[in-house]
Design a protein around this ligand. Structure first.
Ligand SMILES: Nc1nc2c(ncn2[C@@H]2O[C@H](COP(=O)(O)OP(=O)(O)O)[C@@H](O)[C@H]2O)c(=O)[nH]1
Ligand SMILES: [Mg+2]
Ligand SMILES: [Zn+2]
Length: 219
């Protein structure tokens, strides 16, 4: 007789992710999962979002890091409610951690929570954390082969931000290749070329992001 195999952790994670979605829908709060390599610019892009969208949306942030609270301190200095999640070695965030952290926020006073996931192009993409949508970052210095090498990250994201585009002339970075690799697997992905240093490309990205948040909290 065949032995039954149950994938406990993933199923548990999915249940918890669904619960978070339900809880946040009731509170009309949108959750955005921001992913990418260490140094891709996740904190920088969240900072740009706060600077440009906080007159329109009430924003909260969950900062995921293996250790420390460097990024949470940056966000707090902008006057934004933030909670730091330390995974103490774990390389991704699971839904249960988010569920445990939500009571730390006044959800009635928020429109959107951005979660900065652990810097990693692999397993964060495997775990839903109750997000309404995903934003994946790939920065120019990481190289143009990453969408092909880490397919799950780029095939499950709603938006791909190609960050540090101010550096594109200094690297052999074939943007068309990234766009092709990402869209072959994920035809509906929105791709933005952005520089958080110069601000180029941010308007297009923030237009899209603002509409997605608006749709979610007015639904
Ligand atoms: N040149 C350039 N540097 C950037 C850009 N975005 C972020 N950085 C720099 O990249 C480094 C890592 O950024 P950070 O936001 O901390 O990345 P994270 O680890 O993904 O959160 C920092 O030194 C940023 O100043 C960009 O668009 N252009
Ligand atoms: Mg960071
Ligand atoms: Zn992991």
């Amino acid at each position: 007789m065949e032995i039954k195999v149950v994938h406990q952790i993933m199923e548990w994670n999915e249940d918890c992710s669904d619960k978070i979605k339900k809880d946040l829908r009731e509170k009309k709060v949108c959750l955005v999962n921001v992913m990418g390599s260490p140094g891709a610019g996740k904190t920088s892009v969240i900072t740009s979002i706060i600077e440009r969208l906080s007159d329109r949306f009430k924003i909260g942030v969950i900062e995921g890091d293996i250790a420390g609270k460097i990024d949470a301190e940056k966000i707090q200095s902008l006057g934004i409610p933030v909670v730091q999640l330390n995974t103490d070695g774990a390389c991704h965030i699971e839904a249960m951690a988010i569920d445990n952290m939500l009571p730390d926020f006044d959800l009635d006073a928020l429109d959107v929570i951005f979660v900065e996931n652990i810097g990693n192009l692999v397993c964060p993409a495997e775990f839903n954390i109750g997000e309404d949508f995903r934003v994946a970052l790939l920065s120019v210095p990481e190289g143009d082969d990453k969408a092909a090498k880490y397919p799950l990250m780029f095939s499950t994201t709603d938006a791909l931000v190609i960050n540090k585009y101010d550096m594109v002339d200094y690297f052999d970075f074939d943007t068309d290749r990234v766009v092709k690799d990402a869209t072959d697997r994920n035809p509906s992905v929105k791709i933005f070329k952005v520089s958080n240093k110069t601000g180029d490309g941010l308007d297009e990205f923030l237009d899209w992001l603002g509409k997605r948040i608006e749709d979610k909290i007015s639904a």
